[in-house]
Design a binder for this molecule. Sequence first.
Ligand code: SAH
Ligand code: SF4
Length: 345
Amino acid sequence: MKNIYDLSITEIETFIEEIGEASFRSKQIWEGLYQLQNSDWNNFSSLPKFIREKLEKEYSLTSLKKIESVFSNDLQTEKVLFQLEDSNYIESVLLRKDDRLTLCISSQSGCAVGCVFCATGDLGFKRNLTSGEMIEQVIFFINALKPGNEKLTNIVFMGMGEPFLNYENTIAAVERLNDASSLNIGARRITISTIGILERIKEFAEKELQINLSISLHAPNDLLRQQLVPLSRKYPIKELIDACRFYIAKTNRRITFEYVMIKGVNDSPKLATELVTLLRRLNCHINLIPLNRTLHFSGKPSDPSTLREFGRILIEKGIAASIRDSQGSEIQAGCGQLAGKRNGI
Ligand code: SAH
Ligand code: SF4
């Protein structure tokens, strides 16, 4: 069945035109979807019954099936496993911190990049999500939070998959999250995390949006990065940093680099100094993330003292850095663990 959340307002207008109805009906459908987040066609009470029936015959409102939900020990992180209509799996993670409610969504089922420390990488690539499947993850949580009168504050594309290898659908989803007549989530509250697909960073920069961009770097040189992020063979670090420079020049925004800290692999003071040289004079911030253990990777998270020393070297040399706490690490927040289990991995 077709997913209504894959449609733009223009496509809904075409549908309404084709069934010979007045154009204001498309606005009513749009409001029911994005302002009221209706999960049943019967709740579109402003529409006559026969339009509702036509819609129901052709379009699904809820293509995602919730399979299971796991909470962290402190209950501040919830990870939900969904099954897609074709039986593939994806995960979304809700993180509560202070007054923030951040939803981490998936852009693909599985991932082709193959980062050695990532459970999604272990799964391999299954398929791209449609923009509607990305939007639906958000709608699901908006509805789940309604009884407690809570609202999502931030959306991050840091779940399963590489968003810039599914660029068009990701951008379509971002536009609908951001659009005032849709979900109206501020651009500065949306973050895309990418391994650094060069052409896409440039294309994204040209859009001059205010969306936050995170680059998953993990190493300051090609040799080490290629061991950790196999697909980075196609994207040399020097060209990646040039693309970042272009992005900053175009958008005037700071870039965040994510650096997963793995004991004895990428956490030495020498590598910290190399990172300083690489990122000198770049408007950026580095997030040091202690590795979450996964089933198929023998690496361990860096010791707290090593993490602090690494961060100290960066800060001392004028590079903004922070250590991200490992919220929800016991449920492998955002890293494909649940889907892995289902696929027998
Ligand atoms: N594919 C994109 C977005 C999804 S991954 C990307 O890689 O940027 C989101 C983040 O989770 C990335 O920064 C990734 O490095 C991190 N991550 C993946 N597996 C992890 C693990 N085992 N421990 C800590 N962070 C991990
Ligand atoms: Fe893909 Fe990101 Fe996982 Fe790497 S870290 S395998 S790019 S999802």
